[in-house]
Design a protein. Structure first.
Length: 198
């Protein structure tokens, strides 16, 4: 009888030890996976920002939708400029900009991305197919109208499939301090193209 009680106690101790270990490791695993996913989402937001900046340079404002931005990226070209010193300048301070050709914007921005597609460009990684939310507008600063844009990915999208209670708590924490619950680049209020991770 004594041995049975000892075996039962040993099983209970092992079970409790496992539960304690899991309660410690679960937040650690969540944080590690969240950090890993955020790196991928941040890179996508940087790609969107780069595309929007080129769009604005060539069109004068930001694209208001992914359809507009993607149509632009498929056909737009940027000049390849060779800068050479002006041969008539003996001080070598003046230069001549010589356009030697053109390169497709999409090739320039996404040539290093394996299996790049425009559908994946606007899709939030790990979300099961949800698209980034993107808007563009103008805001007034010092009596001047300034073009602005914003692209966002909420926690609920790119943390999909992870612990729901932890995601809910994370959302509540960010909403309490009046911060966007997720990752975003740009702002519709401020003339900024910074990401909220920077």
């Amino acid at each position: 009888m004594k041995k049975i009680v000892q075996v039962i106690l040993a099983v209970i101790i092992i079970g409790l030890g496992y539960l304690v270990y899991e309660s410690i490791m679960e937040p650690v695993r969540f944080k590690k996976e969240k950090s890993s996913r955020e790196k991928v989402v941040i890179q996508k937001l940087k790609d969107i920002r780069s595309s929007q900046v080129i769009y604005k340079q060539l069109k004068g404002s930001y694209a208001t939708s992914f359809d507009t931005l993607i149509s632009f990226l498929k056909v737009a070209e940027i000049p390849v400029v060779k800068i050479i010193p002006d041969p008539t300048d003996t001080t070598y301070t003046r230069t001549i900009n010589d356009t030697v050709g053109f390169i497709n914007v999409a090739d320039s921005l996404f040539s290093k991305i394996k299996n790049f597609s425009f559908t994946s460009f606007k899709t939030i990684p790990y979300s099961g197919g949800q698209f980034f939310e993107m808007k563009a507008d103008t805001t007034e600063r010092g009596g001047v109208k300034v073009h602005v844009f914003e692209a966002k990915a909420p926690f609920t999208a790119y943390l999909k499939g992870m612990d729901e209670q932890t995601i809910f708590n994370l959302n509540a924490k960010f909403e309490d301090i009046e911060k966007y619950p997720g990752l975003k680049v740009g702002s519709l209020i401020e003339p900024s193209t910074d990401g909220n991770w920077e």
